[in-house]
Design a protein around this ligand. Structure first.
Ligand SMILES: *Cc1c(COP(=O)(O)O)cnc(C)c1O
Length: 389
């Protein structure tokens, strides 16, 4: 075949900053390029690959389901969807017994906003500065980064941003027309900033007091990433709407909006999705949820994440401002732009993500081995200090 990079360069939309790599295969936390070069994957499908690449349980689930039934809109009942829904809602906080199934994170967020407005008959949505909730027009209205938002104005009216981890400013913003507050438990794209227990609980309480709904966006933090199945478990939070996607189906595209008791009846026709709840995604999701439990991946993320964080904090470099994170969601904030460092890491066989201009973000599959983590740490040390331990 002709060079894929040459072909994609001609036909791609142009909205992605591409890296000079053609990835063709993966297994566990390892990716290979078309030259046969191996990389330790700390991009983790941008958070979609918590189970690792080519997990046998996912391969089996989608192969079996593909041979049986792929298309089945929600106007019909389906065995796989039913099984997946009971599994997912059993893992969620008590009272979140309903779910709207979709195909991506942005769609999970759009559904949450629509349900919040429909249910409360109010319009205002309060989101956080540095927050990221997706790039469709509704979700984008809640996303903070001006670079993503400004070219697309006017956005959806009624959105307001307040500083994260600042309860007083949130109290000022939530009023009798507020339909919902949306927050991440750990801000991902915004630079890996964990929310404090006091703030998140305060936000939940404030919503209850003022009749607004409390939406948590766990699209990135969900499914074991932070060391719990859902990051809300760290603080015992009980949101009214919970947005999920990324690793929900072992890497197969899927989103879900879990719906709590304070969200009233939702009537037929007010929302929908052609692909939502399709048998292929739900079969993959059911398998993924089972694997997360059977392989204790949240626990593994807690242990390996604490180890990774401790090892990274030992690196002495004047370049590093702060190392922070929760579970296997880790950010290294440096005093310069990250782009050249990401390239240096790639050259040394480690793929990592940026989060903003100055944070290197690591989102490895939760199946990453301790040896691979040691190599990641050693390589970061070399890149930041120019010397080995
Ligand atoms: C990735 C992400 C989204 C958007 O998900 P897409 O599937 O890219 O639409 C929304 N919220 C958070 C917190 C995310 O990390």
């Amino acid at each position: 075949m002709t060079n894929p990079q040459a072909i994609e360069s001609v036909h791609t939309s142009g909205v992605y900053a591409k890296r000079d790599l053609t990835i063709v295969r993966g297994e566990g936390a390892t990716l290979w390029d078309d030259q046969g070069q191996a990389y330790i994957d700390c991009v983790g499908g941008q958070g979609a690959a918590n189970l690792g690449h080519a997990h046998p349980a996912i391969i089996e689930a989608i192969s079996e389901q593909a041979a049986k039934l792929i298309s089945c809109p929600e106007m019909f009942y389906n065995d796989k969807r039913a099984e997946m829904l009971s599994k997912l809602t059993a893992l969620a906080p008590a009272g979140m017994g309903r779910a709207f199934l979709s195909n991506s994170g942005a769609e999970a967020v759009e559904a949450a906003f629509k349900f919040a407005r429909y249910s409360t008959k109010r319009s205002k949505i309060v989101a956080a500065m540095r927050g990221f909730h997706g790039r469709t027009l509704g979700a984008l209205s809640a996303t903070w980064n001006k670079k993503y938002r400004l070219p697309f104005q006017p956005l959806v009216p009624g959105f307001q941003h307040v500083p994260y981890n600042n309860l007083e400013r949130l109290e000022d913003a939530v009023d009798e027309d507020t339909a919902a507050v949306i927050l991440e438990v750990v801000q991902g794209e915004g630079g890996v900033h964990p929310g404090t227990a006091k703030y998140l609980h305060g936000a939940q309480k404030l919503c209850r007091e003022r009749g607004a709904l409390f939406i948590l966006d766990e699209i990135q933090t969900g499914f074991g990433r932070t060391g719990k199945m859902f990051a809300l478990e760290h603080h015992g939070l009980e949101p009214d709407l919970l947005c999920l996607a990324k690793s929900i189906a072992g890497g197969v595209p899927m989103g879900a909006t879990l719906i709590g008791e304070r969200v009233g009846e939702l009537s037929p026709g007010i929302h929908g999705s052609t692909f939502g709840g399709n048998p292929l995604s739900t079969a993959a999701s059911l398998a993924a949820l089972n694997v997360l439990e059977e392989e204790s991946l949240p626990q593994r993320a807690a242990e390996l994440g604490a180890y990774l964080l401790a090892q990274l904090q030992k690196i002495e470099s004047p370049l590093i401002r702060e190392v922070r994170g929760l579970g296997l969601m880790v950010g290294v904030q440096i005093k310069q732009k990250v782009a050249p460092y990401l390239q240096a890491l790639t050259d040394s066989g480690i793929l990592a993500l940026p989060a903003g201009l100055t944070v290197i973000r690591l989102l490895p599959p939760l199946v990453i081995t301790r040896e691979q983590i040691d190599r990641v740490v050693e390589t970061l040390r070399e890149v930041y200090t120019g010397s080995k331990a």
